[in-house]
Ligand binder design. Sequence first.
Ligand code: ADP
Length: 571
Amino acid sequence: MRVIIGYLRPFAKRMGLGFLIKVAGTMAELLLPYLLSYILKDVVARKSMEEILLYGGIMILFAALALACNIIANRMAARVSCDFSERVRQDLFDRTLHLSSAQCDRFTVASLESRITTDTYNVHNFVSMMQRMGVRAPILLIGGVLITLLMDSYLSLVMLATLPLIFVTVYLISRKGVPLYTRVQKAVDGMIRIVREDAGGIRVIKALSRTEHEHARYDRANRELVGCETRAGVTMGAVNPVMTLLMNGGIVGVVALSAGRVADGLSDPETVIAFMQYFTLISMAMMSVTRIFVMYTKCAASARRIAEVLQAPEDLPVMAEDGKGPAGRIVFDHVSFSYAGRANDVEDISFTVPAGGSLGIIGPTGSGKSTIIRLMLRLYDADSGRIYIDGRDVRSIPGPELYAMFGTAMQQDFLYADTVEENIRFGREIGRESMEEAARIAQADGFIRSFADGYGHELAQKGANLSGGQKQRLLISRALAGRPEILVLDDSSSALDYRTDAALRRALASERGECTVVTVAQRVSSVKNCDCILVLEEGRIIGSGRHEELLESCAAYREISESQMGGAIVD
Ligand code: ADP
């Protein structure tokens, strides 16, 4: 909660003002039953119409004041909570963007999403509730009890005796009910996940006739949600009736006792009427205080989850340089790494790529190809061994400087709903010429120009209105447009036909200049012309060299090559 309090500090003045207005409104509300009993008891007895009208007018004034103050304070509270949660959400989002890949793995993407959405919403609700009920309820409760004590302490004590009963009942039901709502939230998350997966993979689902299966999966998630919601609704549905029962029981008790007291001349009917009103106010306040306690538990859990992300330590600190490393644009020196900290996912990887050279990495799925790229980009730190870029340990290069050296096209990169031009520029200051040149090398210029609006053509979300090959060519254009020193193509031409892939490789070879190119591929034809090819299997290099050398020296490479093209490779 300390983090949340820190975020509330800049709003202290606005909250203070809202607090004062709320106090004024609640005080006015609190005085209404007292005024009523005073009018009934004293003013009416004096039989002065003028006085009745005057006090009636004062009552209306107080009621209007209470209404106006409550509305103003509630509106101020709503604005403060919205502004507050906007800042929390923004910072949480920024921090999420800066989390290291290992931290993202630990938190999981789904959990990060729900921290930004559901958890900030819970905290927002609590902050808003505290400003409204958190001020009003204690004043009504304490003020109401004090006034009734002054009016008739005996009746007041009777009334007070029923309050713990209300507190305990509402607390127990809510304590059981609120976790059920947490389960509802989880069930909603599960259902949304299925909708997302199915919406994204709708074509595959249809193509593989999985519609029935997905229907059943959604049905299960939907029924789970209905079950959770019903349990939560049934449990919490008991709160109001039980509250009303207890309140009415209390009122009956007060009336029954006061009948005797009125008969004995120890009290009067007007006081009893005021008492009944105070009793209702106090009981409602009691219920609000109880709910605040329960909401606090929920908010504290969300605040903890938010703080975990906001306070996540810098995972990949920039280290001081410790002298010049080996020559070469990219050097891996006996690098090993494990995601889970158990068996190595890549082991003892060593290679050197000179400036302007090209490296190909080939191997079956899961053999560690992308992991090498992630280590190169320092998305993770190696567990042992060292990685150098231009003779500098990758850990000593500040993130922005390191990323600026690379142009990267990954298989699962995303395109967003905007023009082709903006998707290539990707928010960078890139001139038209560089952009078109990049698209030409990436073999994208032709199909882009075939659109009536050319580079101004609007893409659908995730580039859904493009073919797989077109998407990949745009992603490669994006990677090239920044004129990087190192171009990384991670399985990013798998959807291109052999001819286009060959044209891309030819254009890269002739126009890349001093740019070093690293190509990860499943196809031999995509890496065949590289200066050096690494063949990976289960995280280890089982062969390295030029294409012709590997055909001689590496059986696995020869096998892949022959199985793919029968030995014939498109150039
Ligand atoms: P490739 O690119 O060759 O298909 P990867 O480098 O993606 O293979 O994966 C190598 C190994 O690391 C695989 O066993 C894979 O399951 C594991 N792996 C990849 N990414 C993660 C991750 N984020 N968390 C845990 N294990 C991972």
